[in-house]
Design a protein around this ligand. Structure first.
Ligand SMILES: [Zn+2]
Length: 563
């Protein structure tokens, strides 16, 4: 490394010393630049570090990802030279060339470029990743590819079918290029919109939509057809919305999953492609981390015509995702599902979703009262947090509705005293409650860099000691394997060692013994003991099982289960 980033960041006091030392260790261990680890772990913002480094060299920093370099500037330095010397020319003003450099102290390169171009060179610091991104711009640009496509498509205009158009080599290449660029730019969505006179392609990058390219309107059909073929949608259907998905093999980042939504508009079909983060949960209980026994239990209880199902856990524990996944399972078209939520996080087709509005006194309780007059079979209430909502929910569950909701309690059995504290009658709770799920989210080990390592006996002892129920303790000691997984971090997981998240669950089902305990107003502890006797696994135990399976780490499990 040409530069002592460690001491620079240390003296600037921008990152806690422990984090900095950890990052340094990882960087040395993986033989990667420290700045990649610092930025990847979000210990310091990229532009803050860039500016800090550049300033210490007496120059400026440039973020190449934020600019599109015009072709005439790019060609001032030939691609081979740019690639060899790790530089990108990005502006030309008053006889001076602004040159992004991976190593701005490389005087030989500066002199060489000055000789070749006949221009004064002003060096700017750029990160290696951004130089790579810049080098991609030398490849035939998106606009060029599409122009070529236009010419070829025009030649055949009038005597090709949509199918032929979608399989045209240049159409295939153009769409691939569009996808590849979106991956390089780290876009989250691609919008392809038909306007009266043109087609606009926009990328959402860091939450903001950017215009990428505008195309002649007559290319619209070809692009939409190609995307429909990729996602196996009906080619000849252009009047109804369609949803699909497909996988794209990117040069930059392996396989990328895309979700496709096509919506007819007056100007033609609008296509939105969502690039899914690897590991982003899809709508299925299995993908959310429920084990197969839990999935069977949940599906069985969801077939009941009435009763109360509760999800508990702190904010950000994934309760809403679980709820939506269950609603999707119930959404067969034969039942009327209504929700009252704050906020409506996810729009689901064929479900009547209502948003509460405290400003006009439209509360959970009010919303629930009105939607019960709409003859629903299944009701989802975003959260039970007051006596009114608790009362109406349990009454609705008693009178022939399946009610799903969330509650703020730490573990599953805690839901019962909480409901009673809120004023729900114990007999109502005992006769309506069917299932309580407590949950937390843990980070999943990165599958790209995780490796097996001999299990640390201290960690095992600690984990076994943390499980307080004797039956679980015994089971746990049996299943801990000699090797568990660790992840040092890699380019794919931003050097964190983790990628994506999964849930830890505690499924509490109600039987006759527990119903009696509820009627007796027993303590949460007593109810929990009974549940464990009846086979309930605690969240901590589910976490231990996921450590054994190499999905996550002991530290992650302990972090989320003791709060
Ligand atoms: Zn990794």
């Amino acid at each position: 490394m040409f530069f002592d980033i460690y001491n620079l960041v240390r003296s600037a006091n921008l990152t806690p010393e422990k984090d900095l030392d950890d990052a340094q260790k990882t960087a040395v261990h993986l033989a990667v630049p420290l700045h990649d680890v610092l930025i990847g772990r979000r210990l310091i913002a990229k532009d803050v570090l860039g500016n800090l480094m550049a300033k210490s060299m007496g120059i400026e920093y440039i973020d190449l990802k934020r600019i599109m370099v015009p072709k005439e500037i790019l060609t001032l330095v030939k691609e081979e030279l740019a690639r060899e010397r790790r530089v990108i020319p990005f502006a030309h003003e008053g006889g001076a060339l602004r040159l992004a450099m991976q190593d701005p102290k490389d005087l030989e390169t500066i002199n060489f470029i000055r000789k070749v171009t006949g221009l004064t060179v002003i060096p700017f610091l750029a990160f290696e990743r951004d130089i790579k991104f810049g080098l991609h711009q030398y490849k035939s640009s998106l606009a060029d590819t599409f122009t070529k496509l236009l010419e070829q498509a025009k030649k055949r205009h009038g005597h090709v079918t949509l199918q032929e158009l979608a399989e045209d080599v240049s159409v295939v290449e153009a769409v691939n290029q569009m996808l590849e660029y979106s991956v390089i730019q780290e876009a989250s969505d691609i919008h392809i919109e038909a306007l009266p006179d043109l087609v606009l392609v926009r990328y959402r990058i860091d939450g903001v939509l950017h215009d990428m390219i505008s195309l002649p309107k007559d290319l619209h059909a070809a692009i939409v057809a190609r995307i429909k073929i990729l996602s196996t949608l009906k080619l000849d259907e252009s009047r109804l919305p369609q949803d699909g998905r497909f996988k794209f093999e990117s040069e930059e980042r392996d396989v990328v999953s895309l979700r496709v939504s096509v919506l007819p508009t007056v100007e033609g079909e609008k296509v939105v492609l969502r690039l899914l983060e690897s590991g982003e949960p899809e709508f299925s209980l299995e993908n959310l981390g429920y084990d197969s026994a839990s999935v069977v239990t949940i599906k069985r209880i969801l077939t009941r015509p009435h009763g109360l199902i509760l999800l508990t856990g702190p904010t950000g524990s994934g309760k809403t995702t679980s709820l939506y996944t269950m609603l999707n399972l119930l959404n067969t078209g034969e039942v009327n599902i209504s929700t009252v939520e704050d906020p409506v996080e996810n729009h689901i087709r064929r479900i009547n979703q209502t948003q509460v509005n405290p400003q006009i006194n439209f509360s959970f309780a009010e919303g629930l009262r009105s939607l019960l007059r709409q003859d629903p079979d299944i009701v989802m209430v975003g959260e039970i947090r007051d006596a009114d909502t608790a009362g109406i929910s349990t009454n609705a569950a008693m009178t022939g509705h399946l009610v799903l909701s969330t509650l703020h309690t730490n573990d599953a059995s805690g839901a019962i005293p909480r409901l009673i504290d809120l004023g729900a009658e114990p007999f109502l709770v005992a006769s309506t409650l069917e299932l309580v799920i407590a949950q937390r989210l843990v980070r999943k080990l990165c599958t790209h860099c995780s490796v097996s390592k001999a299990t640390d006996p201290n960690v095992v002892n600690y984990l076994v000691a943390s499980v307080s129920e004797p039956a679980e303790k015994e089971l746990l000691a049996k299943i801990i394997p000699a090797e568990t997984r660790v992840a040092p971090g890699c380019n794919f997981c931003n050097y964190s060692g983790f990628s994506g998240r999964t849930g830890l669950y505690e499924l509490f089902t109600i039987n006759d013994e527990i119903r009696q305990l509820i009627l007796d107003r027993s303590t949460a502890k007593k109810i929990k003991d009974a549940a464990i006797r009846n086979g309930m696994h605690t969240m901590l135990f589910d976490g231990a099982a996921k450590v054994v399976a190499g999905v996550t780490t002991v530290e992650e499990v302990l972090r989320v289960t003791f709060d």
